[in-house]
Design a protein around this ligand. Structure first.
Ligand code: ZN
Length: 234
């Protein structure tokens, strides 16, 4: 098998900035990112598909990409999903069941709609808990209950996890595997590579400043780590 790298793009909210702490990318910027991927004829994978290839040691075509959203903001359904649909791209959204239906977050109805329409749903734990500080019992519950509730509500298997605030330990990784997850995303920066640990997937944080094609090309390339060292501070 040849060596491969795939950028997993990490978004939070797509929409107009609300002046809060949530990393937000404007719809026009996001649309520009999708247009960039379409122009480069990128194959946009669902994360569970990529995880399957990673685990089984299969090759992945050049120009493959994965799109993810953390936290399940309402705009994932109202703004991002229609744009993804227009470009025919699939994506994965990580949801915290106890936040579903709260102001600013998707409702179960919206989640069911997007999950039938190109967005796979993964767990972001039950209460958005920073797992390294949770007791073992609490961490087990966060991983197991979130998966169970999402699967019951959505009627489909939930096999992918995103650690809240990127926090994980070897114990947490073992628990996630034990509860039937296939893979888990961190907030560690970089591309995902053949042979890497499926329970420590690196991602590329996308921001509203990423507007120029050369910048996107650099971010998505395997040289991202090198690029990051010269990225100006925000
Ligand atoms: Zn989060």
């Amino acid at each position: 098998m040849r060596f491969w790298t795939v950028p997993i793009l990490a978004y939070h909210r797509i929409g107009q900035p609300k002046g809060d702490h949530v990393p937000t990318v404007a719809p026009e910027t996001f649309e520009g990112h999708l247009r960039f991927l379409a122009r480069r004829r990128c194959q946009v994978w669902e994360l569970s598909q990529l995880a399957g290839h990673l685990i089984e040691g299969r090759s992945v075509s050049r120009n493959s990409t994965v799109i993810t959203f953390d936290d399940g903001y309402e705009e994932t359904c109202t703004v991002a999903a229609p744009l993804l649909r227009r470009f025919g791209f699939r994506a994965t959204v990580f949801v915290t069941p106890t936040e579903v239906g709260l102001p600013g977050f998707m409702t179960w109805e919206q989640l069911r709609a997007v999950s039938k329409d190109g967005l796979a749903v993964g767990s972001h734990t039950l209460n958005h808990t920073y797992l390294p500080l949770a007791s073992p019992q609490e961490a087990e519950r966060e991983l197991a209950e979130s998966k169970r509730i999402l699967e019951t509500q959505l009627g489909c298997p939930v096999r992918i996890l995103s650690y809240p605030v990127g926090g994980f330990t070897p114990e947490v990784q073992a628990m996630a595997r034990g509860h039937g997850y296939l893979a888990a995303c961190t907030t560690n920066r970089g591309t995902t590579r053949s042979g890497c640990d499926p329970f420590a997937l690196r991602r590329i944080k996308m921001t509203d400043r990423d507007r120029h094609p050369w910048l996107l090309a650099a971010k998505l390339s395997g040289y991202y780590d090198l690029f990051r060292r010269i990225e100006p501070p925000s």
